[in-house]
Design a protein around this ligand. Structure first.
Ligand code: AVJ
Length: 318
């Protein structure tokens, strides 16, 4: 296929961090690849589909909360604040906060320049008077924000329970980095998914239509596309398991038979039943969430949930 040849020819252009994470992750036991590599074009589209699934409650719950709290948020956050979003802006959530606080500037931070440009362009079109300052950076480290917003009060925004992808010690490191980036006195608006009925959790990550399974498998397809992989994707099945000890949903790709393949020429063999761990999605009870924020240097000042208590949004101050 021509498309394959073209993609194959681009293998050397693959992100070296992706290459290192995949090769190291497949070598390690248990095998694990960081969840951030899900989000190529195809993966991002699949994730968009996930957010509309009947089983996947987090997006609906959080969007509902953000819409509800707009007046309270406007009262708690300083007028003329700069809104600093960690991760490329989501098409539905960011406008809810922009409309609520009417910020002086919007600074979306993302490691992927492509997504950043797309979301910035979309937001500029919708808010022609908003000062949009896209910032291409790795926000897991403390960074110097653009000088143009130095004088403005800061509101960090980290929606979607993305913090849940990190194991607690990394989550604390990230919260501290955000505190260092935004500065003392800054506010942070952050979404965290709650611990709940295991059946509800597992269904949210293993939907009837198989979209989450496709999202998980796309990681293998991406490895084949970008790292010249020969992984037989049909030999892996999607698993979503609640790990009660660590209060998290784990996604795995499980080999349904003994399977051998190469990635960038390096050989790998998995025996039937072996898995590649592809994602953690940590869930936090009310006290867990507040302790996590405090451990990261943030004082919780407000907490909101949806009517069913499935999801929580926190406002905290550095
Ligand atoms: C975007 C990381 C918050 O953990 O719920 C959705 C990703 N994975 N379905 C989550 C995801 C499978 C999502 N986050």
């Amino acid at each position: 296929m021509l498309k394959q040849e073209v993609k194959g020819g681009q293998a050397s252009l693959a992100d070296p961090r992706f290459r290192a994470d995949v090769l190291n992750g497949l070598d390690r036991r248990p095998r694990a690849i960081p969840a951030r590599w899900f989000y190529d074009r195809c993966g991002s589209e699949l994730f968009e589909q996930i957010t509309g699934l009947p089983e996947y409650y987090p997006t609906r719950a959080e969007t509902g909360i953000l819409a509800q709290i707009a007046p309270e948020l406007a009262a708690l956050v300083a007028a003329g604040s700069a809104l600093v979003e960690f991760g490329s802006g989501s098409s539905t959530k960011t406008p809810l906060v922009l409309d609520a606080i009417k910020p002086s500037a919007y600074v979306p931070i993302d490691i992927s320049g492509d997504f950043l440009r797309d979301s910035s362009r979309a937001l500029s079109a919708r808010y022609p008077d908003l000062f949009v300052l896209p910032f291409e950076a790795d926000f897991t480290r403390a960074l110097s924000l653009p000088r143009t917003i130095a004088a403005a009060p800061k509101l960090g925004f980290f929606p979607g329970s993305t913090i849940g992808n990190l194991i607690p010690h990394a989550a604390v490191d990230l919260l501290r980095a955000m505190r260092a980036s935004l500065g003392l006195g800054a506010h942070l608006l952050i979404g965290m998914d709650r611990i709940k009925d295991v059946a509800v959790l597992e269904r949210a990550y293993d939907d009837a239509a198989g979209v989450t399974a496709a999202f998980n498998s796309n990681l293998l397809a991406r490895i084949n596309r970008e790292l010249d992989g020969t992984i037989p994707i049909e030999a892996f099945r999607h698993r979503a398991i609640w790990n009660d000890e660590r209060a998290r949903i784990e996604m795995h790709l499980e080999a349904t038979r003994d399977v051998s393949f190469t990635v960038e020429g390096q050989p790998f063999t998995l025996v039937a039943g072996e898995t590649i761990h592809t994602e953690n999605s940590h869930k936090y009870g009310p006290r867990d969430a507040r302790i996590l924020l405090r451990a990261g240097g943030w004082t919780p000042i407000a907490e909101w949930t949806d009517p069913k208590g499935l999801f929580a949004v926190y406002l905290a101050q550095a």
